[in-house]
Ligand binder design. Structure first.
Ligand SMILES: Cc1ncc(COP(=O)(O)O)c(C=O)c1O
Length: 413
C-alpha cells in the first residue's frame, strides 16, 4: 500500500474549509494568519448552525432544548478534557477568550497570595500572560520577569535565579506567537516544584501545532483558545483537579460555586462552545486510532509534520533573500512552532503586509501583543515585524508564491 505523506493526507482535507475558496482581486486568498485565528472547516460551521436551528436555549431548565444544551456543553467539556489529556471534565472551564479567563484567574490567585509573595513572568510572553499577573503588584506581590535572549529563546539561567522560596507561580508560554520558540516546560516544572510554586502555561500558540498532555506536563493551569485550532472564539482554562475549588474567583452569589463553573461568569456562548467539540472531532478524524485521544495525538503529529516541512521551506527561502532578516530559531536545530517573523531592510512591516495583502496574502504586521519581546529585540521603533503562520491547510505552492512576492518586495519591484 502506498504510504501517504502528512502533506498528501492534509491536502485531501483542504476542501473542508469553504473560506479557502475566496479570491481577492483575482488572486486566491492565502491564509498565513493562523496565529491570529485559523479558518474553520465546514463541520464546525455546520455544528454551530445546527445548535441554533435545533436547541438554542439557556441552560439548566426543565424543557427539551435546555436539557439538550446542558448535555451538549458537558459533552464538549469531556471532548476538550480528552484533547488536553485532562483527568476529568470538571477540570475544564470556559470563557470569552484566554485573556478574560486569565484575568479572572489572576484576581482569584491574587486573593490567595500575600504581600511579598512572588510571581514570575517572561519577556517572551503575549501580554495576555503578563498583564493579568502584573496587576498583582497592586496587592504588594513582587513580579519578576525572565529575560529573553537575542536568539529568541528564554534565559533559563535567569529563570532559575528568579524562582526562589517566595515564588508562588510561574506564568510561562508554551510557544511564542511571535517567534515560534517552544519553551522547556519540563525544566520550568522542575524549578517550580522545588519551591512548591504553581506552574501556569499559556498554550494558545502551542495547541494548534502540538498535542497536549496536561498530566504528563504536570502543569497546574493551562489556557488556550479554540479559534486558534479551527474552532470558534472561546477561551479554555484547565485547572488541576481540586485547584479551582481552593480559589475564590469573582462570581455572583447565584453562580454555581463548584469547579469548573465557579470561574464562568454570565451566560456562555453555547453555540460556539458546541463548535469546539466539532473542531476537536474534526482534528481527530484526520487520523485513525482506537479511541478519541489516540486519534487526536496521531492527528496532531500529522499536522505537525506537514507544518514543520512547510515552515522549514519558508524559513530557508526567507533567509536566502537579500535584505531580509528572519527572527527566532532555525528549524534545523529546534523544536519550534511553524510561525516565522521577519523584517525587510528599509521597509516597515505594515508596508510589507499591505503589499502582500494586495496580492491576497493574509499576513500580520506589528507586535501581536508580544510587545515586551518586540521591545527587547529592538524592533518596536521600526513597527515590529511581518509574521507568517503555517496552518494545516497551507500548501507548498502557497509558500513558494509568498516567497516570490516577498523577494519582489525586498528587491524593490
Ligand atoms: C500566545 C497567545 N497567548 C494569548 C493570546 C490571547 O488569546 P485570546 O485572544 O483568546 O485572549 C494570544 C492571542 O493571540 C496568543 O497568541
Amino acid at each position: 500500500m502506498e504510504i501517504q505523506t502528512a502533506s498528501q493526507i492534509l491536502s485531501g482535507h483542504r476542501s473542508d474549509f469553504p473560506s479557502l475558496e475566496r479570491t481577492f482581486r483575482d488572486h486566491p486568498l492565502t491564509y498565513f494568519d493562523g496565529p491570529a485565528g485559523t479558518q474553520m472547516p465546514r463541520q464546525v460551521i455546520d455544528s454551530i448552525t445546527s445548535y441554533y436551528t435545533t436547541c438554542n436555549s439557556n441552560t439548566h431548565g426543565c424543557f427539551v432544548t435546555t436539557r439538550e444544551s446542558d448535555l451538549l456543553l458537558q459533552e464538549t467539556r469531556r471532548v476538550i478534557a480528552t484533547f488536553l489529556g485532562a483527568k476529568d471534565l470538571n477540570c475544564i472551564s470556559l470563557g470569552a477568550n484566554m485573556t478574560t479567563l486569565n484575568f479572572s484567574l489572576s484576581r482569584a490567585i491574587g486573593r490567595a497570595l500575600k504581600a511579598g509573595d512572588e510571581v514570575v513572568i517572561t519577556q517572551l510572553d503575549h501580554e495576555a500572560n503578563r498583564g493579568p499577573w502584573l496587576t498583582l503588584k497592586e496587592r504588594g506581590i513582587v513580579v519578576h520577569e525572565v529575560a529573553l535572549k537575542q536568539d529568541g529563546t528564554l534565559d533559563f539561567n535567569d529563570m532559575q535565579a528568579k524562582i526562589g522560596p517566595k515564588t508562588r507561580l510561574l506564568a510561562l508560554g508554551l510557544a511564542s506567537n511571535l517567534l515560534g520558540t517552544v519553551n522547556n516546560v519540563a525544566l520550568a516544572r522542575e524549578l517550580t516544584s522545588k519551591v512548591g510554586a504553581w506552574l501556569l502555561v499559556d498554550a494558545v500558540h502551542y495547541a494548534p501545532h502540538f498535542s497536549i498532555d496536561v498530566q504528563a506536563m504536570d502543569v497546574d493551569f493551562l489556557l488556550c483558545s479554540a479559534y486558534k485550532f479551527y474552532g470558534p472564539h472561546v477561551g479554555i482554562l484547565y485547572c488541576r483537579e481540586g485547584l479551582l475549588d481552593q480559589l475564590e474567583p469573582d462570581r455572583l452569589r447565584t453562580q454555581d460555586p463548584s469547579a469548573p463553573y465557579k470561574i464562568e461568569t454570565g451566560t456562555l456562548n453555547h453555540a460556539a462552545i458546541v463548535g469546539i467539540k466539532a473542531a476537536i472531532e474534526y482534528i481527530a478524524a484526520l487520523a485513525s486510532g482506537p479511541d478519541l485521544r489516540s486519534k487526536i495525538v496521531a492527528a496532531m503529529k500529522l499536522v505537525g509534520q506537514h507544518e514543520r516541512r512547510l515552515a522549514s521551506e519558508l524559513y530557508d527561502g526567507l533567509t536566502s533573500i537579500n535584505g531580509i532578516t528572519v527572527y527566532g530559531q532555525p528549524f534545523s536545530s529546534a523544536l519550534r512552532a511553524p510561525t516565522i517573523s521577519f523584517t525587510v531592510k528599509s521597509k516597515g512591516a505594515e508596508e510589507v503586509c499591505s503589499r502582500l495583502g494586495e496580492r491576497g496574502f493574509c499576513t500580520w504586521d506589528g507586535h501581536f501583543y508580544a510587545l515586551r519581546a518586540i521591545e527587547v529585540l529592538g524592533l518596536f521603533e521600526r513597527g515590529g515585524v511581518t509574521r507568517v503562520g503555517i496552518s494545516m491547510y497551507n500548501t507548498t505552492e502557497e509558500v513558494a508564491n509568498l516567497l516570490a512576492e516577498v523577494k519582489r518586495i525586498a528587491e524593490g519591484n
